[in-house]
Design a protein around this ligand. Structure first.
Ligand SMILES: [Zn+2]
Length: 224
């Protein structure tokens, strides 16, 4: 099963991607994490990435595509993958389709986890993160047991400096302008499923599982 997760920052792509990955035994590929691991790898591609990022520039699409191509050809992607953080633009969505076609693969579905802009702002500004283990809490929806300290490891929690209202609004604006059109691109090509991301985490996951089950059933039935 080859999936793309779309949704505003705070929609839960990371959390739900992890759960889907575990459930279906396919890797959850977060492009943010992948870029960091390529940079840390010391490979040639990592040096190229670093040169762009160090100057404050975006890594050009062609290098992102090459990174993704190498990743999805890895052994653990034989049965599929879940992509999160890519595509960020319709141009990237089209490039992804071309690259997959070249590798005789096909994207099964884009899943849009829908939340409102106001909910996104709320979730981003309510987020607290453990300095030690990276566990994420929401002071609204999933607060820590002892205020200010991680349930798992007891280390202090912090708020990322970027998780403020102004930066959140800007990220949402950029998402709506650049990434949201991907929803229409996938809808027009008959590959979009939307789920309501404002339900609790388990209900969202149940909807995602139901959507993926339909896709597996179609595949088993010999339909594309
Ligand atoms: Zn912790």
């Amino acid at each position: 099963m080859r999936l793309v997760l779309l949704g505003l920052p705070g929609a839960g792509k990371g959390t739900q991607g992890d759960r889907l990955a575990e459930k279906y035994s396919i890797p959850h590929i977060s492009t943010g994490g992948l870029v960091r691991s390529v940079i840390d790898s010391g490979l040639k591609l990592g040096e190229i990435f670093n040169a762009y990022i160090a100057k404050g520039n975006l890594v050009p699409d062609e290098y992102m595509m090459e990174m993704l191509r190498q990743r999805i050809l890895a052994d653990d992607c034989r049965n599929g993958w879940i992509l999160d953080g890519f595509p960020r633009t319709v141009a990237q969505a089209k490039r992804l389709d071309q690259m997959l076609e070249h590798e005789t693969e096909v994207l099964d579905r884009a899943i849009d986890i829908r939340i409102s802009g106001e909910e996104a702002v709320l979730r981003i500004t309510n987020r607290r993160i453990c300095r030690s283990c990276g566990q994420i809490y929401s002071i609204e929806h999933s607060p820590e047991k002892v205020k200010g300290f991680c349930d798992k490891c007891g280390e202090p929690l912090y708020q990322r400096p970027d998780d403020n209202v102004e930066v959140a609004r800007l990220r949402i604006k950029v998402y709506m302008e650049q990434t949201h059109p991907c929803v229409h691109y996938y809808a027009q090509t008959g590959r979009l499923t939307s789920v309501n991301g404002e339900q609790d985490i388990d209900a969202v996951f149940a909807d995602l599982q139901a959507a993926v089950a339909v896709l597996y059933a179609k595949k088993a039935g010999g339909q594309k």
